[in-house]
Design a protein around this ligand. Structure first.
Ligand code: TEU
Ligand code: CA
Length: 554
């Protein structure tokens, strides 16, 4: 068969839009598709050539669209199918491709499949989900598995002795991928969107779709009880290859899978091109380096060497075997400002971090607002937070014998809503996001950190990102060159070399607030510095100084 799938994703710079919080054009306090269209020139100017759009499908919005009730329609407050088609056309006109978020590990409990499945025992859709008889005459769940938002993974179907599995909220029942009919329906959904012109998918929690079928309780109970059964389950590779063979191979599309708790081994097996599964995955090992065991609530002091080691492992292990995604933010992570060794209010530190991740080998992603250095929301009460995850966790922590004040502060600090406050376009009352009070409050620093200010300041983070994107496009070495870390044990400096036959790029960033000597600098010439955040270069690196050198080998 003729495989239409090409490697354009290797040259992509992808901008993630969280539609709810991007731009509101009809003043209902929620972002919308027309808002996205109105900002496409802004994205084009920044230089990105692809957008990852978080879910816009019809949904009760229990988890802001990650609970889909109709895969082939649009959530009305965001717009309709015609708006969507217009958006795709306007993107393509500007050389911007679109990848949609695809949430197929679970649906909303308001999806017609699920409504039918629980209403009628003989429904063909009953086997689209995991419905099992409870223990103790139905009074207790079928097993002790736990979901990602801290709760038990089963909910009883009212008035019956049966329960359904859900790894996220109880409004997000898990789909049963063992059922071939379900898989055919999923493929048709993929085809529907690809035929409409979208260029690929970001596949939500894709490594959860296959489950071990024993459905037994696990003892002793690990924190995420049952995870051995539902993370990287036994048929994961088979399902992914089936989607590739029957759908992706017929389109010039790309896929990036969100892989929960992925090891390098899993990363290789999911992205090895010969296996025809996914083009790349999101591996969270580096964003999890400031917490214990991947649990963001157990966060710990940032250590640059740990961060370096984890990124190094991702880079080295995939070399010649698979492809990396590069990111420091998304809609589930708190903002990178003040994180990963950066300091809020010090734009140079965000530039240093920016260049550090952006020129690694892989496809870089930029989350909306990251390019202007949007900060965390600094929440002060639970009323300001809308995220269902934060409220669920709060309920659970409150029942535990833990220091209440400290736990509360942790929720404020790590809540996913830190990344979900409205994009700030200017310093008007509602930040140019809307003309009315938005669905979630604006950042208090909106008069300082906004797009208007960024565009007026030639030293802004925005222009630094613009420069990085241009540089990446102009120098193939950033895409195909080899990667080598320098001085991996240096606790203050992140440095590496990218090299191909023609060119060599050296990226050196200081994560220290003091001047730092760095021996490797002696080998380099100031005249080769192409991107930097300091006008003058001393012998030592200045606080949070970054230098990107380009050495022509010809
Ligand atoms: O995220 C999966 C996931 O693992 C995260 O929710 C993670 O558990 C959490 O953020 C840790 O704090 C994806 C989506 O990105 C997320 O927005 C959805 O809520 C989730 O799946 C369910 O669809
Ligand atoms: Ca709106």
């Amino acid at each position: 068969m003729n495989n239409k799938h090409t490697n354009w994703y290797k040259n992509a710079v992808i901008y993630q839009i969280y539609p709810r919080s991007f731009c509101d054009t009809n003043n209902d306090g929620l972002g919308d598709i027309n808002g996205i269209i109105s900002k496409l020139d802004y994205l084009k100017e920044l230089g990105v050539n692809c957008v990852w759009l978080s879910p816009i499908y019809d949904s009760p919005q229990k988890d802001n669209g990650y609970d889909i009730s109709n895969y082939t329609d649009i959530y009305p407050p965001f717009g309709n199918m015609n708006d969507c088609k217009k958006m795709i056309a306007e993107m393509h006109k500007r050389g911007i491709r679109l990848i949609m978020d695809l949430v197929v590990n679970h649906t909303s409990d308001k999806h017609k499949w699920f409504i039918d499945a629980i209403k009628d025992k003989n429904s063909p859709y009953r086997d689209y989900y995991y419905i099992r008889k409870g223990k103790k005459n139905g009074k207790k769940p079928p097993n002790n598995w736990k979901g990602f938002f801290g709760e038990g993974a089963w909910t009883r179907i009212e008035g019956t002795d049966e329960w359904y599995l859900h790894l996220f909220t109880k409004e997000q029942p898990d789909l049963n991928w063992e059922n071939p009919k379900l898989r055919e329906d999923i493929k048709n959904i993929l085809r529907f969107w690809l035929d409409l012109g979208v260029d690929g998918f970001r596949c939500d929690v894709i490594n959860l779709i296959s489950k071990k079928q024993d459905f037994k309780s696990r003892f002793p109970k690990p924190a995420l009880t049952g995870s051995d059964a539902f993370i990287n389950g036994p048929r994961l590779h088979e399902y992914l290859h089936e989607l590739y063979r029957d759908v992706y191979a017929n389109y010039d599309c790309m896929t990036v899978g969100e892989a929960v708790m992925a090891t390098s081994k899993v990363n290789i097996s999911l992205t090895d091109p010969a296996r025809e599964e996914l083009d790349m995955i999101f591996n969270f090992s580096h964003t999890d380096s400031d917490n214990i065991g991947g649990v963001k609530y157990f966060y710990r002091k940032f250590k640059l060497t740990r961060f370096k080691n984890r990124l190094n492992k991702q880079q080295v292990s995939l070399e010649g075997k698979g492809w990396n995604s590069l990111f420091i933010e998304n809609h589930d992570q708190r903002r990178s400002v003040g994180r990963f060794g950066t300091v809020e209010g010090n734009i140079n530190s965000s530039k240093a971090l920016g260049a550090t991740y952006f020129f690694l080998k892989g496809t870089p992603f930029i989350y909306q607002g990251q390019e202007i250095g949007m900060r965390n929301a600094h929440f002060k009460s639970m009323d300001e937070i809308k995220d269902v995850e934060s409220h669920n966790i709060k309920g659970i922590l409150d029942k535990m014998p833990l220091p209440k004040k400290k736990m509360q502060q942790i929720i404020y600090d790590v809540s996913r809503d830190n990344a979900r406050t409205p994009m700030i376009w200017d310093n008007s009352e509602f930040g140019g996001f809307s003309n009315i009070e938005p669905w979630i409050r604006l950042n208090k620093d909106k008069d300082i950190v906004n797009v208007k200010n960024a565009l007026e300041d030639k030293n802004s983070l925005y222009y630094f990102y613009q420069e990085m994107i241009k540089f990446k496009k102009e120098h193939q070495v950033i895409t195909d060159g080899s990667f080598k870390m320098i001085a991996i044990n240096n606790p203050h400096i992140f440095a590496y070399v990218r090299e191909n036959e023609d060119e060599k790029v050296v990226v050196i960033s200081s994560f220290s607030n003091k001047p730092r000597k760095f021996k490797y600098l002696e080998r380099l010439c100031d005249s080769d510095i192409k991107i930097t955040n300091y006008e003058k270069h001393e012998k030592a690196l200045q606080p949070f100084e970054v230098r990107v050198y380009l050495i022509d080998k010809k």
